[in-house]
Ligand binder design. Sequence first.
Ligand SMILES: *Cc1c(COP(=O)(O)O)cnc(C)c1O
Length: 390
Amino acid sequence: MAHDEIQIPFHRPSLTELERRAVLEVLDSGWITTGERTVEFEERIATGIGVRHAVAVNSATAALHLILEALRIKPGDEVIVPTYTFAACGEVVVYCGAYPRLVDIDRGTLSVSLDTIEPHVTRATKAIMVVHFGGRVAEMERILAFSRERGIAVIEDAAHALPASRDGRQAGSFGDAGAFSFYATKTVTTGEGGMIVTDREDIADRARVMRLHGISRDAWRRYSSSGSWYYEIEDAGFKYNMTDLAAAMGLAQWTRADAMRVLRERTALAYRELVHSYGLEDAVDLPPWPDRHQTDSWHLFPLRLRPEAIQAPRDEVIESLRAAGIGTSVHFIPLHHHPFYQRTYGYRTTDFPVATEEYGREISLPIYPDLSYDDAERVIRTLAAAVHKR
Ligand SMILES: *Cc1c(COP(=O)(O)O)cnc(C)c1O
């Protein structure tokens, strides 16, 4: 079906005059790559999240890779990775030559928990990667207590969780280091971009060097008036730096991040009410509502169908929504279902039953600041007609 027939897209970034002006200022400044805007963006994120260091890069994938590299993850090491996540989480472990030890998820939150992690910890486990699925902070306290005792590092994939908090602490500030994504569909976007946040100076220092060719700190300054032509290559680094064009957009987005979160929460509330008013409460499982200790980013609204209560299979429901001009998505196709992980590590589709079952019945509904109540109602009305309740 043609793209222009979708009337309610799965995602639409919220971009205003503020972002437009910020980007144009950079264009007019004569300095468009890593520079003062990037430094300012790092400072704002570090302050906002409550950590000592923030290191801007060009994706969350790069951020996760640099964190693992700074932790010196190497061949022979194992990193725990939820199977219910995006490609990035597993591939960065492979970049380091280490073993991606996949684990199942908690059925309620769709994130890992200590119960799903613990059986897979071995003597080779060097790090645990936690994904705050959908923007709900995972049960960090238990995971951190367990990992601290054993000297295992904890990495937060907070790609969905800007901003999100638990017990007054921001996602990204719990573990040894966290990664944010500014990809086009994420809650704060720069088109493409990412950020490492950490209290550990060793991780921040190493990441700053490795994000730009392994040359000495602030290498980008060599073209600025305060810079020098001289540099030394300390290691074989990467090309992961953020541009000032992206950072300017990010700074503008960041000033609006809380307001945008509230608008998404309003949509989540609307969906919850509408599911009841359309009599769908026995046909679907809603995402668990945050308690008073939690603030969710509501990056996703992951609905789960109850196959025993409806006649239409999930894929058919997605097709019906699409035919009615409504875009949806599925989060996630578990890593252990993909050919690479089966071929390389011998994972089988039957390995992680919770992830597999939830994947089979999940639909992510549209949720973003500019989605109106009328849009939300149309989504649920269409869903009610599509599921064919038994
Ligand atoms: C989007 C996403 C990433 C990757 O982010 P990029 O900035 O595109 O590299 C990583 N993990 C999760 C859970 C994501 O949703």
